[in-house]
Design a protein around this ligand. Structure first.
Ligand SMILES: Cc1cc2nc3c(=O)[nH]c(=O)nc-3n(C[C@H](O)[C@H](O)[C@H](O)COP(=O)(O)O)c2cc1C
Length: 349
């Protein structure tokens, strides 16, 4: 037996043990899984570190993620019909306090500052007749803050209006169909302006409570890109044909509660798709690369990128100009009726 045969035997035995273990299930199986399923421990540690980070910044610095969430909640209150005279009593003081601390620490971008001020101004106008003492105290503190002069238009709630001049469904379908996972690239660099343009589209993606808990670490020189791509398991055989890589990193420090731990993956993936389509619209191909939870690779990537314990890689996105000579898998899609149902299953209403 050569080395490859030994590997096949080992993988087969491992798979047989795993499948028996899972098929038998039961209490013992579940208890053992709790002990042996160590990648869950890694996630638990990251979620814990995230909450620790969330609370750590609460006292000394402003809590930017809580501020973004609360400002978002204020906006929803302002959009409510009928609008209430008194709302957000339980978090309005914290919100203004966070804004003050974030301003003192220079932690907010102009866009965020403007948004916070416009929404809070609209909130305090809307609640001007409220007799609530907390709201009055928060208003006094807010009025004491220096309103920033930033050249950005009004950013409080606005009327939705009708959709005009949006891209046609035909154009969107053509864009979606033209995208395919490309695994072989020219080394020709992608202009940073084009990358940023795609990221700006990604930033338009929905995000739970508008927290935006992700960052993109871009490797736009082939040497770094190949090094980083090589850490992922799914690039075996083609990591040397990579020219650019974006590593999508989720920040668990955006959450105080473990119930929200999936949001880095959800928000991150929504942004990833927009990023990919915006690259595609600029003639830049891409390929998502899986980031399975494997201890040694986690360690290596954390060290390469300088990740904190509360930061987790969501996935990698290879991108660049496709090598036109390279083949790409057809990757057959499903018919729509295989993934779609309408309404509740019969008898559930
Ligand atoms: C989360 C995710 C992880 C993926 N991981 C890999 C990977 O590790 N290696 C790879 O070659 N392709 C990877 N892909 C690409 C898929 O194989 C590809 O999207 C799928 O086959 C559909 O083909 P298409 O993208 O060309 O439509 C991944 C895609 C997604 C969404």
């Amino acid at each position: 037996m050569d080395k490859k045969d030994v590997k096949v035997v080992l993988v087969t035995v491992k798979e047989a043990v795993r499948s028996t273990f899972f098929r038998r299930g039961g209490r013992l199986g579940r208890a053992m899984y709790r002990v042996l399923g160590t990648s869950h421990n890694r996630e638990m540690n990251a979620v814990f570190s995230g909450a620790a980070e969330f609370y750590r910044v609460d006292r000394s610095r402003g809590q930017r993620f809580a501020l973004r969430r609360h400002v978002h909640m204020l906006e929803k209150g302002l959009c409510m019909r009928p609008r209430r005279e008194t709302f957000a009593v339980d978090y309005i003081e914290t919100t203004v306090g966070d804004l003050r601390k974030c301003m003192a620490g220079n932690e907010l971008s102009d866009i965020e500052l403007k948004w916070c001020f416009d929404v809070l101004s609209a909130y305090f106008d809307a609640t001007s007749t409220s007799p609530n003492a907390r709201i009055r105290r928060a208003r006094d503190e807010f009025l004491g803050l220096a309103r920033p002069e930033v050249p950005i238009q009004e950013s409080a709630p606005y009327e939705v209006g009708t959709l005009q001049d949006v891209v046609s469904i035909k154009a969107l379908e053509a864009l979606a169909v033209s995208r395919t996972s490309v695994r072989s690239y020219h080394s020709k660099p992608v202009d940073r302006g084009a990358i940023d343009r795609a990221l700006i589209v990604a930033l338009e993606s929905p995000s739970a409570c508008n927290r935006v808990p992700w960052t993109m670490r871009i490797m736009d020189n082939p040497e770094d890109a190949r090094l980083v791509a090589g850490v992922a398991m799914g690039t075996a055989g083609y990591s040397e044909q990579v020219s650019n890589v974006a590593v999508l990193v989720g920040n668990l420090g955006a959450y105080s509660n473990e119930r929200d731990r999936h949001l880095i993956y959800i928000d991150g993936s929504l942004a990833a798709m927009s990023f990919i389509l915006a690259l595609q619209a600029q003639g830049v191909s891409s390929c998502c690369v899986n980031w399975p939870d494997i201890g040694t690779r986690e360690k290596k990537m954390a060290s390469l990128l300088g990740l904190e314990q509360h930061e987790r890689v969501v996935m990698l996105i290879l991108f660049g100009y496709a090598d036109e000579q390279g083949l790409t898998p057809y990757s057959g899609k499903l018919p729509v009726d295989a993934i779609r149902t309408f309404g509740l299953p019969s008898g559930r209403a």
